[in-house]
Design a protein around this ligand. Structure first.
Ligand code: PLP
Length: 451
């Protein structure tokens, strides 16, 4: 803690606020960074220190922290109509327009949208939709949900059960019926002598075996992030989705693409499923949907699930689900503007333009004797630290090595995310080449300081 005075911002934060997902030894030692405002990709703290945010907030502030078009869209809609739900037979005009836009930019020819306040709630909602429609179709036993180890789908009881992280055991999760298959991370999970193609084929066989063991008639759906984000930026092994999608289709199991991070351009195409060339049955969206300027999530159903959910709802004359702020008009107005900004103001193009440099710099830093692997797709990337490179042995110790690297970055005015043994970078889409040089320069200096 830089200043023990309980009247300091850091002391006041510690006294009255709980920190979620925060390494408490780091907080006790350093205090939190208390942020007052942002400029482009930078945040500024109460002491006037500037930090380049290589996290884009939490993967989401892709247009920077002060995009004038987005704040204008918010102000205009607050002036016009500040808030309303999207049920009981009413819905704002902004919600109508956003749903049309989302189906238009989705990979689906037809479809429908349902709104939530977060990505977790969108996944939760999708699971309830599946349970509801299977039950309405006479298969109430189809309740099991398949995901992968190391996946991240959120923090509500259901989405945390879908998340394949060991820390959820402290809550007694996952709930029954949530099954986690092997993470498609060839570098870590591949066996000695196994090629990447053989690894992918093995994961396909595993999926077939799980379906045979559990019975397809008990499985409601399969959820996957095109690139695992909070798992440590893990792109799928080669041919992964081409292997699993036909197996799921054969057994009538819907494939849901959780695009909370990958949606709206992060991996180079509008959707991660386009980057990896597979067609899901539904898409989960959040984060970039509003460029982080409003808490909002959306379930975008493709034509088949859309028709089935409609029929199930007609049968009991409603879909009994919704949040007070579902389809909030200010959120919808911001989302309409955010989609326009990302797709028409050169942001998506900038992701594609910067990707080669981003990858080259990651590859260069991965030559370090304590970096075992670099991974990435588009503008999401990670460097994984190892104690011993040839054997891929991780570091141990109470303050993880990635935490120490991230702290050394913070000292120099760079925010990046420690995730397990990895350092994750997901710069905003507005980043310039000069800012990218600053980002990698500071990260390299932090590596030199720690090792
Ligand atoms: N799904 C994915 C892939 C995510 O990365 C996240 C959050 O990082 C979520 C779901 C949960 O979203 P939220 O934090 O808005 O609940």
């Amino acid at each position: 803690m830089p200043d023990d005075n309980i009247n300091s911002w850091e002391g006041r934060a510690d006294a009255r606020s709980f920190y979620g997902f925060t390494d408490l030894p780091t907080i006790h030692e350093r205090g939190a960074v208390i942020v007052t405002h942002g400029e482009g990709p930078y945040i500024i703290d109460v002491h006037g220190n500037r930090y380049l945010d290589a996290n884009s907030g939490l993967w989401n502030m892709v247009a920077g922290f002060d995009h004038p078009g987005l704040t204008e869209a918010a102000k205009a809609q607050y002036d016009r109509f500040p808030g309303y739900h999207a049920f009981f037979g009413r819905m704002s005009d902004q919600t109508v327009m956003l749903s049309e836009k989302l189906v238009e930019v989705s990979p689906f020819a037809e479809g429908k949208v349902f709104y939530t306040n977060s990505g977790s709630e969108a996944n939760d909602t999708m699971v309830k939709m599946l349970w509801f429609l299977w039950a309405a179709e006479g298969q109430p036993q189809r309740r099991k949900i398949l995901t992968r180890k190391n996946a991240y789908h959120g923090v509500t009881a259901v989405s945390a059960s879908m998340t394949g992280k060991p820390y959820n055991s402290v809550f007694g999760l996952p709930l029954d019926g949530f099954l986690h298959l092997t993470c498609p991370h060839y570098w870590r999970e591949g066996r000695d002598g196994e090629t990447e193609a053989e690894f992918t084929a093995r994961l396909g066989r595993e999926l077939e075996e799980v379906i045979a063991r559990e019975g397809a008639e008990t499985i409601a759906g399969f959820f996957a992030e095109p690139v695992m984000g909070a798992g440590g930026v893990i792109p799928p092994s080669e041919g992964y989705f081409q292997t699993i999608a036909p197996i799921l289709k054969k057994h009538g199991i819907p494939l849901i693409s959780d695009e909370v991070i990958t949606g709206f351009g992060r991996t180079g195409e509008t959707w991660g499923c386009e980057t990896y060339d597979f067609m899901p049955d539904a898409i989960i969206s959040s984060k970039n949907l509003t460029a982080g300027f409003f808490p909002m999530g959306a379930v975008i159903l493709g034509p088949e699930l859309s028709d089935r959910l409609q029929a199930a709802s007609e049968a009991i004359e409603e879909f009994p689900h919704g949040f007070t702020a579902s389809g909030h008009p200010v959120g919808c107005a911001i989302a309409l503007k955010a989609i326009d900004v990302i797709m028409n103001e050169g942001l998506a193009e900038n992701v594609r333009a910067l990707t080669p440099k981003f990858e080259a710099e990651l590859a260069r830093l991965a030559e370090h004797p304590h970096i075992g692997e670099w991974r990435g797709k588009g503008l999401m990337g990670a460097l994984e630290a190892v104690a011993d490179k040839p054997t891929k042995t991780p570091f141990d110790g109470s303050l993880s090595v990635s935490e120490r690297i991230a702290n050394a970055c913070t000292d120099q005015g760079l925010i990046c995310r420690p995730l397990g043994q990895s350092i994750v970078l997901c710069p905003p889409f507005i980043m310039t080449e000069a800012q990218m040089d600053e980002m990698f320069g500071k990260l390299e200096a932090a590596l030199d300081k720690v090792f």
